[in-house]
Design a protein around this ligand. Sequence first.
Ligand SMILES: C[S@@+](CC[C@H](N)C(=O)[O-])C[C@H]1O[C@@H](n2cnc3c(N)ncnc32)[C@H](O)[C@@H]1O
Length: 401
Amino acid sequence: MEVNAIYEGDNLEILSKFPSESVDLIYLDPPFFSNRHYEVIWKDGAELRAFQDRWQGGIEHYITWMEPRLRECNRILKKTGSIYLHCDWHADAHLRILMDNIFGENNFRNEIIWHYRKWSGGWQQFQRNHDVLLFYSKTDNDKRVFNKMFMERSESTLKRFGNAKIISGYDDNGKRIPAKMSKEDSEGVPMDDVWDIGRVPPIKQMFPTQKPEPLLKRIIKASSNEGSIVLDPFCGCGTTLVVSQKLKRRWIGIDISPTACKVMARRLRQDLGVSPQIIKGKVDLKYVQKLNPFDFQNWVVVDKFLGNVSGTKSGDMGIDGVTPQISGGYPIQVKQSEGVGRNVIDNFQPAMDRVHKKKGYIVAFSFAKGAYEEVARVKNQKGITIILRTVQELIDGKVEE
Ligand SMILES: C[S@@+](CC[C@H](N)C(=O)[O-])C[C@H]1O[C@@H](n2cnc3c(N)ncnc32)[C@H](O)[C@@H]1O
């Protein structure tokens, strides 16, 4: 297990290789069971992509998917460690029961309500303006790490008591007993489990599900110490890693999306001057089959052809990317399917005509015989070269002609 590193791949597979009781704090923010599409605008503004957060098969399917991942989290957490599972109304009730089963009811510490303001529209119910953080410790013993946190006194408390320590109780005559003032007390009142932190981070949001740094700061400060190992197995654009680094913790990020891994590495480099290593899982057919459409397109066009992906508009017109200018700027069409046939070849030609190219690539898992025949016909009759590449060929390094 490497620290200060980003692992690219499915967290289940990666976590299963980590040693038991090796991590101090886990924060995880899995895709919620939310059945909605996200539009992602990456930092360079050049890419506008759909990010899929869709689960087919209902909530049971989602919980079955989460369960082995949470079991791995439990296994690798140190006895003094804690875990915070970030969720919302879609699945929080189901996840609470699952967490109780895996971590034990005794180890349940808090259900933290993260309250934010957003305009949610619709007047048939109250606005849904909070997420839930399920906080569990690995064990119930008092050696577990928890650093007391304080919050500012409310205006009404300040008005009544000023900065004095709030009373510790009442005596027999009903008179207030002032509590002793310690250094800690002067910092405020012990933090409760409702956190009012703005949803949008002060920096420009890169990613619709990006969480604000102040939220992660609280969690990491409360449940780890300098030098502790903080793990985020659904790391997105790396907020946990950035905050851990700032707070002098060691960190490990995992994300299945190659694009997310690149974004978080860039963020760490640009914001903090840290160059993390990206450790990739084995790239085989199984790995590529599991990529979502957006990452599949990036894997083909950027990772394999070293080209550029098209914007959504030209993507819709049958061109998903182009090879580097230096090698001709040829159009690439990407099909995440098997047995691609003749019709795809026919539909690709008008797209090639539009960009005035006589050569182009189509990538798919496999092609039907008719596709190869059509490619030969188009070459003979029209002088157009269409190269069919299977995913396996790309994995084996056979890319451009
Ligand atoms: C809700 S986002 C996390 C956002 C993150 N907290 C932030 O502040 O940027 C969920 C992330 O989980 C990743 N993911 C989904 N399935 C995964 C899996 N099986 N293994 C690793 N990462 C996965 C997605 O690629 C996505 O980046």
